[in-house]
Design a protein around this ligand. Sequence first.
Ligand code: ASP
Length: 582
Amino acid sequence: MYRTHTCGELRMEHAGQPVTLAGWVQTVRKFGSITFVDLRDRYGITQLLLGESLNAQLDKQPLGREFVLQVKGTVTERTSKNNNIPTGDIEITVSEFTVLNGSKTPPFTIQDDTDGGDELRMKYRYLDLRRNLVKQNLTLRYRVNRSVRNFLDSRGFMDIETPYLIKSTPEGARDFVVPSRMNPNQFYALPQSPQTFKQLLMVSGYDRYYQIVKCFRDEDLRADRQPEFTQIDCEMSFVDQEDVLQNFEEMTKHVFHEIKGIEFHEPFPRMTWDDAMKYYGNDKPDIRFEMKLVDLGEPGRGNSFKVFDEAELIVGINVKGCSEYTRKQLDELTEWVKRPQIGMTGLIYIKYNTDGSLKSSIDKFFNERGLQLFADQCQAQPGDLILILAGKEERTRKAMSELRLEMGERLGLRNKDEYKPLWVIDFPLFEYAEEENRWVARHHPFTAPKPEHIHLMDDPAQYKKIKANAYDIVLNGTEIGGGSIRIFQKDLQEKMFAALGMSKEEANHKFGFLLGAFEYGAPPHGGIAFGFDRFCSLLGGNETIRDFIAFPKNNSGRDVMLDAPSEIDQVQLDELKLSLLK
Ligand code: ASP
């Protein structure tokens, strides 16, 4: 037997017991003729005391960090206890030890505050994974996984695997492709999600499906994305939107209860997409704080102030209690909105001073009464600061949404221990892709329009107005899941493909299997997928999703440990009948 106990297990009640432990050497400290070793494994750290009798062996075989050790000894009460670790009351008085394996000095310290930089830790990820913090994250991920499975199992959902080597499923990103040796010049695509398969499973009658599954999207890896990531993917038959929202709201509550001990007694708020855009400037509002966007077209226009008169949108936020902001602070905020990522040319402010007077950067164009109209529109009180942006509609709204988040951050209103989930519903069915000059599906082409909007599908001029039975679940300003009620009638699906500019032939070529299946009794169905990595990272305190993935890729999509992607042999290329462009 390599061990009788783990390194996290022994307590005072075990005192006097003979034990065998195995693990890694965290530290070695010599005090005169005595050597202390901290032995670590997945479960914790236990102190070992190696007395004088072992010195001869230690001289021959010095111990170093990360050596793998087996020790036999007796559990003894410590003289100086360590309250910081659960095993801190005891140590093992070692009678014999065996070095099971040596170790080179690791390239960084295996500690919480390691000296290793990101790239180095990723290169030696197997060592990084020994660190407590990473271990806690992976443990949390495992617990969330169990919690989700238990919930879905209790609701009759069946875990069914779907293939990875498939034909392209459009979800808005590029596919990763895999050449087929047995079918020269032909390629599989890796699934961007199991979307069409889960719908086919509904046609087959498996009316509650789920899978915790890898998805692959060849996207530019902006902001904390991974080329392969994990979804909690679900689909249900004979449901409407309400059934799906309720079921997955309950799942979310269940996970929060089990993982964080947090109870949500109220139903999650629901906000229409229109309202989210209007009041928060984006479709994943952070509702931990108010500071809603206010349209200031009314008080702004028609006062001979060109910036306002020419703007498509004049929008403000009321930053409560900040009228004391100094010139310097306001200048700095102005620079902030001028950064290329935000892209505005300036920022306008109105201070509602505590004495009731109003002071602004547009005093030349607006008298006190004019400024008061802005203040009223923003429901401002003495002591508040109004920040205003004006310009092209889309950019200005986006910039204000960013500014709102930035102010929330600066004012400490985005507490990461506070969780505020909500549903965003009634998404538009289509969105216009400027670069491609065509309408694309906002969610994906299998999403059903609201029945009362189906008739608008005949006229592209109406596309903008069509809303879908599509929904996202949003947590603290991050989308953690999204889904929709699906089209299940062949003719409506064909109509949808046509609206997206697909010819009948193209639709049949790409989705003949689905259109075919819809001819054999497809039930009404709908579903959702949660971004599992992101959900875990939010539950774990909003670190990057990389911290919650055992072997992640870096920002250029590389696995620096494996050094992948990499070139392949000529023999492999020949077998695949591929030749490379130089
Ligand atoms: N397949 C969708 C996605 O990956 C989710 C869904 O509609 O269920 O976003």
